[in-house]
Design a protein around this ligand. Sequence first.
Ligand code: NI
Length: 167
Amino acid sequence: MALLPILRFPDPRLKKVAVPVSRIDDSIRKLAADMAETMYEAPGIGLAATQVDVHQRLIVIDISEEKKELRVFVNPELLRCEGAVLGEEGCLSVPGIYDKVERAERVKVKYLDLAGKACTLEAEGLLAVCIQHEIDHLNGKVFVDHLSQLKQTRIRNKLAKQARVTA
Ligand code: NI
């Protein structure tokens, strides 16, 4: 396994729309394993392939405390969204920034697992929010895109300043 570099907002590659995975083979399974390792190391609770500059529809999520419940979604698609919740979100591509985003409270998602089996999952709470956040990435969207223009400008300035300090 290998750690993968994570793209940082406002990198334009985060805006690419990912294409469906056409065949689940060893290269996809290796990518999922590398993404999981990268997510755990960061540490984070979700990662989309877009964030590691691979523009295929694949996400990994683990919201468990013990980090032992890895979920891999290939070609995830929201079938149903219900309710609304406002919760604070962060993102490995937008380090140090947290803000409130409105999401559906419950979702039903269909996807393929790494064996190529078609699955559906009904989720609520943090898992539902995380699934929506990661599918957004596959559609070229970062959580800050849900915020006001003023907030987005502030975040860009803050991140540009951080980049200068660490450069
Ligand atoms: Ni994110």
